[in-house]
Design a protein around this ligand. Structure first.
Ligand code: AMP
Ligand code: MG
Length: 344
């Protein structure tokens, strides 16, 4: 009887230990939680995190999307009340102080313009608006219309003072359009907020502008990201394995319009006001999502030769592109190989 009791106590004790160990293990195990897609900045955004507590994940997603909406409110050039839209009206020939976030984006934009000899240029707004109108009217612009828009474009007309954090526009009728860099900037801000909140690993994605940080122990390859085949939405042309890295893709296969039967990319060469066509997809890998976002647009404008030469000259930045001449294959910089997992 005594022996039986001892055995029972032993069994119960072992059971307690096993359940306890499983419980501790479950508590410490990273679960992958995904926010699902939400519409932000005219595209789809999602946040994925490795976390130990589901309830905490919901709070973090709420914080992440609130941050995205905050930046969207400042930088949406289609909203006449946004900080950036108001700037176009009040900063003509007079310095105007702006928020630190907007200044950061404007400063990085001008640096990218300098680096790319004007291929990247957020003062492209008047040309973007002209082509939007042409799309509605179904005709190309007249030489006069094009010249009028071009006279209001040029990154040297955007005067920034980092000490006073002011912005001044040199001519009337300028429109700043940060659509090619603001998503990447916002992704970086959200990723930083998650790291600050002690999230060990995650991925932030706004419309294909992605930043990954950390890794999940069960996933030694890191964050695996599929690169869409620009000719076929269903197919992936390659997979990338990323840790603490950012990636962005620009291309005319996602957003384009037809003007008189001609495919019109949403990316323009600001120096000519014309749509670009050489590269159909440009993917950039860089330490920050802002840099990847800006450079993917810039390389789309620069074209294959100049664009690839620029990326090869930059440390920590790699490119994977598809040209219109050979749409069936991708071409990458030497250093991109380390991230590419065998094509699907
Ligand atoms: P992305 O999708 O990042 O390549 O950004 C494209 C958006 O940036 C366009 O929809 C325009 O609003 C704007 N944009 C077009 N051409 C340029 C350019 N050359 N430099 C900077 N922004 C541009
Ligand atoms: Mg971009």
């Amino acid at each position: 009887m005594k022996k039986d009791l001892r055995r029972l106590v032993q069994i119960v004790l072992v059971l307690f230990l096993v359940i306890g160990a499983l419980w501790v293990n479950r508590k410490n195990r990273l679960m992958v939680e995904n926010s699902g897609y939400r519409v932000i900045m005219g595209t789809f955004a999602q946040v994925t995190i490795g976390i130990r507590d589901e309830a905490e994940a919901r709070d973090l997603f709420r914080m992440a999307f609130a941050e995205m909406e905050r930046i969207q409110k400042m930088m949406n050039d289609r909203d006449p009340d946004s900080e950036i839209s108001r700037l176009s009206e009040i900063a003509v020939d007079k310095p105007v102080e702006v928020s630190p976030e907007l200044f950061d984006v404007l400063w990085a934009s001008v640096e990218t313009s300098r680096l790319t000899e004007g291929a990247f240029d957020i003062t492209v707004g008047p040309e973007v608006r002209l082509w939007r109108r042409m799309q509605q009217e179904g005709r190309p612009p007249t030489p006069e219309e094009l010249a009028a828009a071009r006279s209001r474009v040029g990154w040297e007309k955007l005067i920034l003072d980092p000490e006073k954090r002011t912005v001044q526009l040199a001519v009337e009728g300028m429109h700043l359009d940060v659509g090619a860099i603001a998503k990447g900037y916002t992704v970086d801000l959200v990723a930083k907020a998650l790291v600050d909140a002690q999230v060990p690993t995650g991925m932030v994605d706004i419309g294909g502008n992605i930043r990954c940080f950390g890794t999940i122990p069960d996933y030694p390859e890191g964050w695996v990201i599929g690169l869409q085949d620009p000719r076929n939405e269903e197919e992936r042309m390659a997979k990338l394995s990323l840790r603490d890295m950012s990636v962005a893709t620009s291309g005319d296969y996602r957003r384009f319009a037809q003007v008189e039967g001609q495919k019109q990319s949403h990316i323009l060469d600001p120096r000519s006001g014309q749509s670009v066509r050489d590269l159909i997809s440009v993917t950039i890998l860089a330490p920050t999502a802002m840099r990847a976002d800006a450079l993917s647009t810039a390389v789309s404008v620069m074209g294959f030769e100049k664009g690839m030469a620029l990326i090869e000259s930059l440390e920590d930045v790699e490119a994977i592109v598809v040209t219109s001449e050979e749409p069936g294959q991708f071409i990458s910089t030497v250093g991109a190989d380390q991230y590419i997992i065998a094509p699907d």
